[in-house]
Design a protein around this ligand. Structure first.
Ligand code: ATP
Length: 239
């Protein structure tokens, strides 16, 4: 049975259809990566799944439960988006502990996660003093605090230095049993992370492929060019 089921999902901003009649299903434990050019609708799709944006049309079901307005379904989701969702005036540790309390989770997990994202020594510092990359790592830890079954990651690799990038890549590669939907422009890391690749263009889902269809990243690049138009970024740089 599908763990995530998206049917006929659309999002309209004025006269513009940012997400246009998108349908797909993810099985439990599957990692799907969304590729597509700027403005394809990836963030908007993820924001709807994260209950951060209201769909104009269509349905989202998580483990059989309709998502919209359903707190139980939302509790099973961890989110990493462009907005860090952190309280800037709180320390990294306080942010994680607050999130743990909200979800009724033992706060001991917060220390483990600070270690995991490489911020154990900076846990007592306010997030307002953190760089973008550091805040992103705290945000990833926050997304994992309540051990969600579904993880939604919008451009997890963007804006990170090499050390943070390696850490993010390692943490994400170790999320084996979770269902993950991630968007990225980094085809190399995306193909490496994914079981399945969804291609978006102009709000529509234009392709759906198993990651092992691509023996090399070049295969994914060719498919991207055919389906999405234009050239993708590979390994963080344009080809
Ligand atoms: N709040 C908003 N109000 C109006 N238009 C929006 C809003 N958010 C997104 N859009 C529009 O919806 C379309 C899809 O945007 P979205 O951010 O989802 O694309 P994306 O695939 O994530 O792009 P990128 O790769 O640049 O992050 C774009 O045309 C964008 O301008």
């Amino acid at each position: 049975m599908s763990f995530v089921s998206v049917a006929g999902l659309s999002k309209r901003f004025g006269s513009h259809l940012a997400v246009d009649d998108v349908s797909f299903e993810l099985t439990a434990g599957e990692t799907a990566v969304l590729f597509g050019p700027n403005g394809a609708g990836k963030t908007t799709l993820i924001r709807m799944l994260a209950s951060l944006a209201r769909p104009s049309d269509g349905t989202i079901r998580i483990d059989g439960q309709p998502l919209v307005g359903d707190d139980a379904a939302r509790g099973d989701i961890g989110v990493l988006t462009h907005e860090t969702l952190l309280y800037e005036e709180l320390t990294a540790r306080e942010n994680l502990r607050l999130h743990a309390r909200l979800h009724g989770v033992d706060e001991a997990i917060c220390e483990e996660l600070l270690e995991t994202v490489g911020l154990a020594a900076r846990g007592s510092e306010r997030v307002s003093g953190f760089s973008h990359g550091m805040a992103k790592r705290v945000s990833l830890a926050r997304a994992l605090v309540h051990d969600p079954a579904l993880l939604l990651l919008d451009e997890p690799y963007t804006g990170l230095d090499q050390t943070s990038l390696k850490r993010m890549t390692t943490v994400l590669s170790e999320l084996a049993d979770r269902t993950v939907l991630a968007s990225t422009h980094d085809l190399e890391r995306g193909v490496e992370l994914a079981d399945r690749i969804l291609f978006m263009r102009e709000g529509r889902l234009v392709g759906d492929a198993a990651a092992d269809e691509f023996e090399t990243v070049e295969g994914a690049v060719d498919r991207y060019e055919t389906l999405c138009g234009g050239e993708p970024a590979v390994g963080g740089a344009l080809r």
